[in-house]
Design a protein around this ligand. Structure first.
Ligand code: AMP
Ligand code: MG
Length: 415
């Protein structure tokens, strides 16, 4: 395994991930403006107010199966033969069940008054207007009760939830056509670096393609942010100040990649300090480089390292929960780790928590196994594309193949 390229950072004076995150989250202010959106536009938005049901769902007792609605008092054990007195398809309403008869009924149709069970058609033998029921029938069988899903007046959705397809379906089931959601978070981003060129152009000497812009934009769009791209910003103090000021003016959050170290070519620190206030931390994280967090005229700023893997990891660990909270989410700011079996050895403990690019796969016995990418380099973006999650290796942890390891799946981090 090659080294991650950050071993030169002394481990003393490192801020813990938990302390840095706690401080950032304590300063994350939720968007307050609320807008009503149609259900068809609400996917991925964060609900701002509770939603209550106006109706019972289902509105009336109805049949869970195709079959016959009966009154169990009319049956005399298995083999009872009764006349079919009415037919009730879904969308129709029946009438009072004539005593001593049954009603042909279909899934979703209201159970007629007088019936107290539905017998599935598979145990019935029909001949003309008569049916023989070849089974014992319990009162209440195959009846879905009025309000068993949602009750009139009951809260069905709590504020702070990111609306998924299931929430939209639930809202629709109670007849709600629009939902109150927080307005979208506006995020301005720029990429620092004189070496950067946009894909589609030829590379000159010393140049590389700007990949971070696309990684960051994708991460932000996945979270439902409105992204304004301020482009590539040259490595000068004035250009950095200008980008920061423009971003802070138009957005709720400014995100930058690169230029956050304290080298001669790194202008983010002095620029943010001139325009506002900044904390620049060396954090006990691998891959990890300094992370910048500050404010410009009240607008928060997060500066991530330029190395593509460091950028991805620091976004997932710090920027993502900060954004979720700013969007109005109240729960699930951090992913729920999966505990799986390590398919690797990790013999050297480290004071820093490692977020290793990893794959979770099932072995031949169906057991979840975590394996690692071959390189730990923070510059190798192929590792992120290869992975389906991050193995989280705790501070000072040693792992032998077969031990448990924590895993953050991308399908949660990147949704
Ligand atoms: P920096 O954080 O500016 O010192 O950059 C660290 C490393 O990341 C350098 O090798 C940069 O060339 C690289 N880098 C910085 N910005 C980007 C970017 N937008 N896309 C790809 N690589 C970058
Ligand atoms: Mg740079």
């Amino acid at each position: 395994m090659s080294d991650c390229g950050c071993s030169s950072i002394p481990t003393q004076n490192l801020k813990s991930i938990d302390d840095a995150l706690e401080l950032m989250l304590s300063q994350a202010k939720s968007v307050t403006e609320i807008e009503m959106v149609d259900l068809s536009d609400a996917l991925g938005r964060v609900l701002a107010q509770p939603v209550a049901s106006q109706v019972n769902v289902p509105p009336w007792d109805n049949s869970a199966m195709d079959g016959y609605a009966v009154n169990t008092a009319d049956l005399n054990g298995s083999g009872s033969r009764l006349r079919v007195s009415q037919r009730i398809p879904a969308g129709a309403t029946g009438t009072q069940l004539e005593p001593g008869t049954v009603a042909r009924i279909f899934t979703g149709a209201p159970v007629p008054p007088g019936a107290n069970a539905v017998v599935i058609q598979e145990v019935c033998e029909a001949e003309g207007d008569w049916v023989t029921i070849n089974d014992e029938v319990k009162e209440g069988a195959n009846i879905r009760l009025a309000g068993e899903d949602s009750k009139e007046g009951q809260q069905i959705l709590a504020p702070g939830v990111r609306l998924g397809p299931q929430h939209l379906g639930l809202a629709a089931s109670v007849g709600v056509a629009q939902l109150p959601v927080y307005r979208k978070l506006q995020v301005a981003l720029f990429s620092s670096g004189d070496e950067l060129v946009m894909p589609g152009n030829a590379l000159g000497p010393g140049q590389i393609y700007n990949s971070n812009q696309f990684t960051l934009t994708g991460l932000l769009e996945k979270l439902g942010c409105d992204v304004t791209n301020l482009g590539i910003v040259e490595d000068t103090f004035d250009a950095t100040c200008d980008a920061l000021a423009r971003g802070a003016k138009q957005a709720d959050l400014v995100l930058a990649s690169g230029g956050v170290s304290v080298g001669e070519e790194d202008h983010v620190k002095p620029a943010v300090e001139k325009l506002g206030s900044l904390d620049l931390w060396k954090i006990a994280i691998r891959p990890g480089k300094p992370l910048a967090f500050g404010h410009i005229d009240g607008t928060p700023f997060i500066g991530t390292p330029g190395n593509p893997v460091s950028l991805f990891v620091t976004f997932c660990v710090f920027a993502r929960p900060f954004i979720l909270k700013s969007q109005g989410m109240s729960e699930g700011l951090l992913p729920t780790p999966i505990t799986a079996t390590a398919d690797f050895d990790w013999p050297k403990p480290d004071k820093r928590r490692e977020f290793a690019r990893a794959q979770l796969n099932l072995d031949a016995n169906g057991q979840a196994q975590v394996s690692l990418f071959s390189s730990r380099s923070s510059g190798v973006i192929s590792s992120v594309a290869w992975a389906n999650g991050l193995a989280v290796i705790a501070e000072n942890q040693v792992i032998a193949k077969g031990d448990s390891v924590q895993f953050w799946p991308f399908n949660e981090l990147l949704q």
